[in-house]
Ligand binder design. Sequence first.
Ligand SMILES: *Cc1c(COP(=O)(O)O)cnc(C)c1O
Length: 375
Amino acid sequence: MQYAKLLTKDASEELERLYEKIQSKTATVLGYPVAMDFDYSELFRFLQYPINNIGDPFIDSTYAIGTREMEREVLNFFADLFRAEKNEWWGYITNGGSEGNMYGLYLARELFPKAMVYYSESTHYSVQKNLHLLDMPNIAIRTQKNGEIDYDDLHDTIRMNRNMPVVVFANIGTTMTEARDDVKKIKDIFKDLAIHHNYIHADAALSGAYIPFIHPKPAFDFADGVDSIAVSGHKFIGSPIPSGIVLAKKSHRDRIANSVAYIGTSDTTISGSRNGITPLFLWYAIKRYGIEGFKNRTEKCLQVANYAVEQLNKIGLQAWRNDNAITVIFSEIKKELIVKWQLASANGNSHLICMPGITEERIDLLIKDIVQTQV
Ligand SMILES: *Cc1c(COP(=O)(O)O)cnc(C)c1O
């Protein structure tokens, strides 16, 4: 670093304090969905280079310092996992689940500019903003007690707007209760009402990286009938930098493709410059875990979630989880513990998420804290 000087003592100490804070806060996170079992130290040397995957991952740019080949491998992995038709899909690595969700809605709008968007009350907070940015008319649908969309309300509401194309924003694992909307049931509603112009986007931000390994497999992927899927990369897979994967049917993407001479590739993504490090992290995780590793991590998370429900119930708290979910919902506990364990809370309930890296020991520490504050 020419022209740069060493950090002053004050600045070094500030950095040290930050490091310690991050270290200690990571040891007590339970409420937010981030895997903590990753180690990308083998990739540190790549941080010396101005890596940028600008533009379309499938069309090389004249800017050649990038990780497109890895990005494509990651996308291929997820296309297989989500049963996309061979050579009929497209996608890219995003900055997170929200961007992927926005992208899915954007494709839907280009396909059906006059559509109405339906989404359940349990939908992630970012979606309202995305709909606003995209200026798409939308209606919220009631949810069942477990957080899943109310299919009767969806049916009735679509029927009342039958003249409009339908876009359903389906939740494949809601933020608060990890409820999954059933794509097959949504398709049945389209059939029943003879809705031919329809689009389903799957928000699988939280669950997309593990529900393919759950039995019975929930209906959420391309073979089940969705048009696009978004997943977060920093949640179940784990990454020090937020990231995500979005996949869509190729024909949808072709409608918005626009070749740009300056970058020598196609401007098919939302941002211009794109992160080239996160595709490398995801690639590395896929290579190290493989399908078998992902399955084992999923099993372990389900085991810990089961354990958490048992232990919380044992000390007299109402705790439950959806079928095969790693999110555990329980009646609210003392504020200081919500802060300490970084528990997401709403409507008198808190939840904890048994992400990879969360162990029975960490659940035990929480239980011990709860018992101590109750007496
Ligand atoms: C996390 C999450 C999002 C947002 O994803 P980011 O990666 O944080 O942008 C959207 N929907 C659901 C269900 C989520 O869990």
